[in-house]
Design a binder for this molecule. Structure first.
Ligand code: PLP
Length: 389
């Protein structure tokens, strides 16, 4: 018999992917320029030229046997070292190579982090609205994903609900700031309070509670926004980072796990990641890509278009009467639907060729997500469709 667990998942395909597929088909009928596709978080700006040049240089100068050989299971030493130095320089925590595990994007980083600190039956607590892939990411480890209801005022944290749900079976709390789908960034006060409650509960239960911080949008923070580095506030922090959005490289599958130097058994957790890889086959990201990103650790793609789009949309949509918590980063915003059923609203939007994703997918019905990683000119043209809608 084939594995029923995965077979069952076929019936519950990603709404976002389906919306994107619809958009692609619709574009064939009316032209791509006339479909206002806010469905998918695919970066819309090119990778920095420096990255491309480094790739060419590596291909032209390095020994092909070494360059295309297997990388060590924890990542190339010089790359791990460079990542640790960059984190120490930028955030002031004493990371060493031994705290870094190179892997294929945030998805892989999370897959390793979850397995390192939970056993089947444990719970991982996260906060709505949340990235829907957390469901398969967590459920297929045997742990259980529990979701704290949203703080609808500002998409920070409802601490009363959090504290009630932080029960003895929770071994990890999963956060994502800057956040997909809300676009908000946790304030320093939020992070401090989160850490205080987690420390109190860990002491009460007599076991560690790890903070897994999913940070693919760390570099996409808008002007003047307070964006604390999470690991500074809670010792048992495992940071899951990706270059997918900061360097516009989602297809290259590259990121890392950084275990805080103050974390309990930090170096052992990193070594364990090398063993976890053996089990899940998510191992040894391409040497070429590791070496190229190591040259761009202080660079980003030109991310300015995201803030520009955010400002245009926020001003125009709030002007039309939409209620929106102003995003502090990412390329997402999460307005309230003007009718209780956001699924019905998003269907209505499709008639104007506006592709929006209902908040139900993110554990937050009544809202919808817009991924505004599209050309500004298109954002501006889409406002007419919004007005009609
Ligand atoms: N976490 C969040 C919140 C995301 O939005 C994404 C991708 O969109 C991921 C993780 C996975 O990112 P990656 O491409 O690095 O695997």
């Amino acid at each position: 018999m084939i594995a029923q667990e995965y077979k069952k998942m076929l019936g519950a395909k990603s709404v976002i992917r389906e919306m994107f597929t619809y958009g692609t088909e619709r574009a064939k009928e009316i032209g791509k320029e006339n479909v206002f596709d806010y469905s998918l978080g695919n970066p819309s700006v090119p990778v920095p030229e420096k990255f491309t040049k480094k790739m060419i240089e590596l291909l032209e100068t390095e020994s092909p046997v070494a360059l295309h050989g297997y990388s060590p299971s924890l990542g190339i030493d010089s790359v791990r070292e460079a990542v640790a130095v960059s984190l120490e320089k930028r955030f002031g925590l004493p990371y060493k190579k031994e705290h870094i595990f190179m892997c294929s994007g945030a998805a892989a980083a999370l897959a390793h982090a979850f397995r390192a600190v939970t056993v089947p039956g444990d719970s991982i607590l996260t906060f709505a609205p949340f990235f829907p892939e957390y469901n398969p990411y967590v459920n297929l480890t045997g742990a259980k994903l529990k979701v704290v209801p949203p703080d609808l005022k500002g998409f920070q944290i409802d601490f009363e609900k959090f504290e009630t749900m932080l029960t003895n079976d929770v071994t990890a709390v999963l956060i994502n700031t800057p956040n997909n789908p809300s676009g908000i960034v946790y304030t320093t006060d939020t992070v401090r309070e989160l850490a205080r409650i987690m420390e109190k509960k860990a002491a009460e239960y007599g076991h560690e509670i790890y903070l897994i911080s999913d940070e693919p949008y760390r570099e996409i923070v808008f002007e003047g926004v307070d964006a604390p580095f999470i690991a500074k506030y809670y010792p048992n922090t495992i940071t899951c980072y990706s270059f997918s959005k900061s360097l516009s490289l989602p297809g290259e599958r590259i990121g890392y796990v950084a275990v805080s130097p103050s974390c309990n058994e930090a170096e052992t957790i990193v070594d364990m990641c090398g063993q976890i890889s053996r089990g899940i086959g998510h191992n040894c990201p391409a040497s070429l890509i590791q070496l190229a990103v190591a040259d761009c650790l202080y660079d980003t793609a030109d991310l300015s278009v995201y803030e520009k789009n955010a400002n245009i949309l926020y001003d125009a949509l709030t002007g039309m009467g939409f209620e929106i918590v102003r995003p502090g980063g990412t390329f997402y915003m999460f307005p309230k639907a003007p009718e209780p059923d956001a699924v019905a609203f998003c269907k209505r939007a499709m008639k104007q060729d506006l592709l929006l994703v209902p908040g139900d997918t993110f554990g937050c019905p009544g809202y919808f997500r817009m991924a505004y990683c599209i050309e500004t000119e298109k954002v501006e043209r889409s406002l007419y469709a919004f007005r009609k809608l």
